[in-house]
Design a protein around this ligand. Structure first.
Ligand code: ACO
Ligand code: ZN
Length: 142
């Protein structure tokens, strides 16, 4: 929660974190370095229409929030968190796709997601509280 508050303008109530942890523990991961938590990812499994291929309802993994403390960036931690969360969405919860929203100006996060095979699916205008647009980025799992 402290990393979330220091790294991102999107912050949440205590209940929100605990609720995601209790409902989807396998995709709520932290990265540790020397016993200190230096990064986290938290996700939600949702049911919705497929973005690719045949129609119909499927399970999708939604990356709600991911961040790595400044001093430990660019060491592969963010990539490892997203990679493992995607694996666990599939293995534990049967998700077929993964998606997330990201600020259109967040170049480092967009680069990370592209490296991991996400594509920009659409722009969501005025998504953030300050009015900034989001890209919806999506990837197939499996
Ligand atoms: N510039 C360009 N590309 C970058 C950058 C950067 N500053 N940072 C990461 N990347 C890309 C690169 O392709 C990199 O691979 P490479 O190092 O082999 O070139 C790849 O992402 C993997 O980088 P990692 O080292 O794994 O990423 P890091 O641990 O630094 O974490 C993160 C990336 C989570 C985006 C971090 O910068 C961060 O915490 N930012 C602030 C919080 C944030 O914006 N979170 C995402 C919001 S959107 C959401 O949560 C759904
Ligand atoms: Zn989201």
């Amino acid at each position: 929660m402290e990393i979330n508050r220091t790294c991102l303008p999107e912050n949440y109530t205590d209940f929100f974190f605990v609720d995601l942890f209790e409902r989807f523990p396998e995709t709520f991961l932290v990265a540790e370095e020397d016993g200190q938590v230096v990064g986290y990812i938290m996700c939600r499994i949702e049911t919705g229409f497929a973005n690719f291929g045949l129609g119909g309802l499927i399970k999708k993994g939604h990356v709600v929030s991911v961040a790595v403390v400044h001093e430990h960036r660019r060491k592969g931690i963010g990539e490892a968190l997203v990679f493992k969360a995607m694996e666990n969405m599939q293995v534990y919860y049967g998700a077929k796709q993964c998606f997330l929203e990201v600020r259109v100006t967040n170049d480092s996060a967009i680069a990370l997601y592209k490296k991991l095979g996400f594509e920009i699916t659409k722009t969501i205008y005025g998504y953030y509280a300050d009015g900034e647009n989001a890209y919806l980025m999506t990837r197939k799992l499996g």
